[in-house]
Structure formats: structure tokens, C-alpha cells
Design a protein. Structure first.
Length: 163
């Protein structure tokens, strides 16, 4: 296999900046041995604090439940609407135009997609607090947090670009 620095990048790889790393002699490289604190952290896996930026397991499970409800019901209804419209038309109860079928199913699938976002933002991101059933209070707090984080990331990217 050719040395990565001597080959041309593939079209989908994009241009990468080469990082200059200081070369250390092989003897200087030392493997880090697990310390007692690392061993304790592995032993108490469920009680570890999550890394910065990681979603805690409790909050993740809450998000999944809300997404399943707020996205699953409209999506299942969209799929069921095809069966219902077929049943109605095949029994000659009504003559339903195809654009009605398309519109109803598109609306329900769209609600399913919006339900994914709503499920995430309406969840309480605090590990100790479950939050309300519909999540109106949580959605306001979480949208403000997300907007603040996006602005900070944009500002950081702008600063990195300038320097």
C-alpha cells in the first residue's frame, strides 16, 4: 500500500490539510497502562458521568420514547391511509382522486418527520427531571439551548477561518 503522503487524494476525499507531527524515535513511545481510576471507572460503568457532548442514557431513552410516539403514530397512519383509500375505492364507496391520496399521505409523512424533531426538543435534557407529558416547557428551553450552541459553533468556525 502506498504511503498516504505520496498518493493523490480521491475525488470524494476533498482536500485535507497535512498536519505536521513531530517524529519520535520508536523507543520513546510508551504504552499507557490503565490506572486505578480508569479501572474503577470501568467497574462502575452505569454511574459514570458522560463525556462532554454525549447524551446521557436516561435522556436518550426518553428521546427515543417521544420520537416513537410523535413520529411513529403519524407515519403508521400515513401507511395505513394507503390501505384505507384502497379499501374505499375497491368497494366503490367513494371515488377518491389520486391527488387526495397523495396529499393526505404527504401530510401524515410530513407530520412524522416533524415528530422526530419534536420528540428530541420536547424531552427534558436534565437527567433528574422527567418533564411534562407534552413537553411545552422543555421545548422552549431546549430550542434556546440549541440556538445558543449553533451561534457559538458558527462564531468559533468564523474565528478559526480568520486565523
Amino acid at each position: 500500500m502506498p504511503d498516504p503522503s505520496s498518493r493523490a487524494p480521491l475525488p470524494f476525499e476533498g482536500k485535507q490539510k497535512k498536519k505536521k507531527t513531530p517524529k519520535t524515535p520508536p523507543a520513546a513511545k510508551v504504552e499507557a497502562k490503565p490506572t486505578a481510576t480508569k479501572a474503577k471507572a470501568k467497574a462502575v460503568k452505569g454511574k459514570r458521568k458522560p463525556q462532554s457532548g454525549a447524551i446521557p442514557e436516561v435522556v436518550s431513552q426518553r428521546m427515543i420514547r417521544r420520537m416513537a410516539i410523535f413520529s411513529g403514530i403519524p407515519t403508521a397512519s400515513a401507511m395505513l391511509s394507503f390501505v384505507v383509500f384502497y379499501w374505499i375505492v375497491s368497494h366503490d364507496w367513494l371515488e377518491i382522486p389520486t391527488y387526495v391520496v397523495f396529499g393526505v399521505s404527504l401530510l401524515l409523512f410530513g407530520l412524522g418527520v416533524l415528530g422526530l424533531s419534536y420528540g428530541i426538543f420536547s424531552t427534558s435534557w436534565d437527567e433528574e427531571r422527567d418533564g411534562s407529558w407534552l413537553g411545552w416547557q422543555e421545548i422552549k428551553i431546549n430550542v434556546d439551548r440549541a440556538i445558543t450552541a449553533w451561534k457559538a459553533a458558527r462564531e468559533e468556525a468564523r474565528r478559526a477561518k480568520e486565523s
